[in-house]
Design a protein around this ligand. Structure first.
Ligand SMILES: CC(C)(COP(=O)(O)OP(=O)(O)OC[C@H]1O[C@@H](n2cnc3c(N)ncnc32)[C@H](O)[C@@H]1OP(=O)(O)O)[C@@H](O)C(=O)NCCC(=O)NCCS
Length: 197
């Protein structure tokens, strides 16, 4: 399994992963992405194309044998400015833990999306993607990373457990409107300890 930077040529593979985990009916056992990617394939592919350009941190997991190369997972994050352009009310909508250090919000990256094909779940692919993501955040001098997970109207348990395993700390909660539905989201934070030379 190879983890590498995403390129425009990966769009079909990325879309395949997204649409396998983001459907109209959500899969509670394997986790889910909120959008229904099958509803507008070209629109979502174009959005991913823009995100590859926009994000400095967009990676794919590629499985290869002698004959085939298959994208089995992806991860990408947005730097603070781009995240706040996309979700302008994010800060006001978040209720932070009383003792949360608000300095952690000075400069951060939001993990926008991570997804792995069902068939490859629980085989360490998500962990490999996340490790590479952190390594590059660290190399770029980013100290803080946030991730969100939906807990209502249905909880994304695999995503919650994935955060627990990587020792992320609960930072805030928020209500979010998505396609006329109200979602409850937990926001997790990770401090990235930079190496001192
Ligand atoms: C969340 C997701 C990315 C995890 O990827 P993955 O490749 O299965 O994760 P890993 O195999 O690296 O698992 C790492 C740890 O996460 C936890 N975990 C992952 N999936 C789990 C599940 N279904 N149930 C319970 N714990 C789970 C476990 O602690 C696991 O460690 P372990 O297997 O040693 O116990 C994957 O389930 C997924 O793509 N879900 C659909 C999309 C999604 O929910 N994305 C997150 C919202 S943006």
């Amino acid at each position: 399994m190879k983890i590498r930077k995403a390129e425009q040529k990966d769009i079909e593979g990325i879309y395949r992963v997204a649409s396998s985990t983001g459907k109209k009916l959500k899969n509670l056992q394997h986790g889910f992405l909120m959008d229904n990617y099958e509803s507008d394939p070209e629109g979502f592919k174009n959005k991913f194309k823009r995100d590859i350009k926009l994000s400095d941190f967009f990676y794919v997991a590629e499985y290869s044998d002698n004959r085939t190369h298959v994208i089995v997972g992806f991860i990408f994050g947005l730097a603070k400015d781009n995240w706040l352009k996309r979700t302008p009310n994010w800060l006001e909508d978040c209720s932070f833990r009383p003792n949360f250090n608000m300095d952690n919000l000075n400069d951060y990256v939001m993990l926008e999306k991570i997804a792995v094909l069902d068939k490859y779940n629980r085989q360490g692919v998500g962990s490999m993607l996340s490790k590479r993501f952190f390594k590059d955040l660290k190399r770029n001098g980013i100290h803080d990373m946030f991730e969100e997970v939906i807990i209502a109207p249905a909880p994304n348990i695999p995503s919650l457990m994935f955060k627990k395993k990587r020792n992320l700390k609960l930072a805030a909660t928020r209500f979010e409107e998505h396609n006329s539905k109200i979602l409850t989201t937990l926001i997790y934070h990770k401090k990235i300890e930079l190496d001192h030379f």
